[in-house]
Design a protein around this ligand. Structure first.
Ligand SMILES: C[S@@+](CC[C@H](N)C(=O)[O-])C[C@H]1O[C@@H](n2cnc3c(N)ncnc32)[C@H](O)[C@@H]1O
Length: 325
């Protein structure tokens, strides 16, 4: 058990934090070699041992900590408080910046859209039509009524990436989540902020501005499990709209590959457009067509067809050539 947890933290340091968060890279490597931290984690349920959850819980209890020795002291002296947060909360990072990699697929859809997000957290990715975008040599400002208050997401786009000229026409939207968070609840908002990595000040500012806009039009997110409860939500969508079902950074939490595959089959057999933005190992049956898996990136797919590698926080999109290279 302990070697398995240590390996997980080393993988996190190498593939997720390296180059993106020196503090979490350092802390994750420290955890992987600290008997104190590993012992603490091994007493928690297996689905509560993730690095992001541990680091956010420590921030919740003790504030910003970047020094391994201080981190160890919190785990030793305030173990019960940290464990309580880790049992009560889950990793629900809501990154609206991911809309910058979704928009090249959403914008070309003609006619009204009924947008459904599974694993929506607080539903901030359900509002792609109110944000602004800056893809480097191509920009799309927020709609007039949100100018000046909606965040503008920067995303470096490779040549060949479709360049949206308008926002998608979303006439109905809904999210599904095991534990919906509420943008109007201070405790939920505080948790969403604690999930943002420490050096990512720009992400934090964008999150805050997305939340402040979303408070005026709170996304409708219902409680449910994507492996069971999606058909009931789809049935609520208006009949005159194209149903688009999407998810980002979610299916990785469905641990059972058979359940993931059953979900993919359900999507492909449905009339909906299915957009998946997940780590490349989540659906190996499709990602093989994108070439060598890139463990530091997500793979963007539409109806099982790989289209682009994307930065996990929506900071980058690298469109695949027609051959998938
Ligand atoms: C990392 S967050 C991503 C949130 C959002 N998609 C985004 O990209 O900002 C993963 C979310 O998936 C939800 N989730 C995990 N497993 C789920 C399941 N089986 N059914 C519904 N939601 C699930 C979690 O509760 C969490 O809110």
């Amino acid at each position: 058990m302990i070697p398995h947890i240590a390996e997980r933290y080393i993988r996190f340091a190498q593939w997720e934090a390296a180059g993106r968060s020196p503090i979490y890279e350092r802390l994750a490597l420290h955890v992987a070699h600290s008997q104190n931290c590993l012992g603490f984690l091994s007493a928690l349920p297996a689905d509560r041992q993730q690095p992001n959850l541990l680091f956010a819980a420590v921030r919740h209890v003790a504030g910003h900590i970047s020094c391994p020795e201080a981190f160890d002291r919190v785990i030793h002296d305030q173990a019960e408080e940290v464990a309580t947060v880790m049992r009560r909360r889950t990793t629900q990072t809501n990154e609206p910046g991911r809309c910058a990699v979704l928009l090249p697929l959403l914008a070309p859809i003609t006619g009204p859209i009924a947008l459904i997000e599974v694993g929506a957290s607080a539903g901030l990715c359900l509002l792609p039509d109110i944000y602004g975008y800056d893809w480097g040599d191509h920009k799309l400002p927020p709609p007039q009524e949100f100018a000046g208050c909606a965040p503008i997401f920067q995303c470096s786009a490779s040549p060949g990436t479709p360049q949206p000229v308008t926002h998608p026409d979303i006439v109905w939207r809904a999210g599904l989540d095991l534990n919906p968070l509420d943008v109007t609840c201070d405790a939920d908002v505080a948790w969403l902020e604690q999930l943002v990595w420490p050096e990512h000040q720009l992400r934090l500012e964008r999150l805050r501005s997305a939340i402040s806009v979303a408070k005026h039009c709170p996304p409708h997110v219902v409680s449910g499990d994507l492996t069971q409860d999606l058909p009931a939500l789809v049935a609520e969508a208006p009949g005159n709209a194209t149903v688009v079902i999407f998810h980002t950074a979610v299916l990785t939490y469905v641990a059972d590959q058979q359940q993931r595959d059953a979900f993919a089959k359900q999507m492909l057999e449905s009339d909906a457009i299915w957009i998946s933005n997940e780590g490349p190992r989540v659906f190996p049956q499709f990602s093989a067509r994108a070439g060598q898996p890139r463990d530091d990136m997500f793979l963007l797919m539409q109806n099982g067809q790989p289209l682009a590698w994307t930065g996990p926080h929506g900071q980058q999109i690298a469109w695949l050539s027609a051959t998938g290279a």
